[in-house]
Ligand binder design. Sequence first.
Ligand SMILES: Cc1cc2nc3c(=O)[nH]c(=O)nc-3n(C[C@H](O)[C@H](O)[C@H](O)COP(=O)(O)O)c2cc1C
Length: 144
Amino acid sequence: MHSYIPSDQLTEAERESIRLSDRLVKQLFAADIIVIGAPLINFTIHSALKAWIDHITRAGITFGYGENGPIGKVTGKKVYVAMSSGGVYSEGPGKANDFVAPYLKAFLGFLGMTDLTVFRAEGLKVPGIKDYAFDKAIKSIKIH
Ligand SMILES: Cc1cc2nc3c(=O)[nH]c(=O)nc-3n(C[C@H](O)[C@H](O)[C@H](O)COP(=O)(O)O)c2cc1C
């Protein structure tokens, strides 16, 4: 897969990182449906998910720039994001800190994955909400 720096100018660790990135990009292009687990960690996505995003974000391969701005090249995918959180972020006072769903929508959209559906199991640590949070999440799931 195309890389901006010739392979012989890279360290073994860098070559290893590009091999992993190439593998993840191939896997992504081969998928029709992508399911992402996104439990909230300190108001954001977990570090493994961020690492995956960094590995699949490849200039000239998964995105590019045209005269009218960025062009996402990972198109034709259906993406489901399964979020879970101790608190509630879809409504109420927590909504001001609802960073994960907007971030994933924006960034995966930048790569061309614009058909994204988010499900949330939220309030899993909140007394009075946690008892029915999971049932509510299951009932909200509509696959299309
Ligand atoms: C290190 C750590 C940080 C977390 N940060 C948040 C957070 O910022 N907001 C939140 O609502 N939940 C947070 N949680 C709770 C997780 O999102 C929750 O545990 C996860 O969604 C899975 O739910 P479960 O513990 O009921 O299996 C955190 C959990 C851990 C372990």
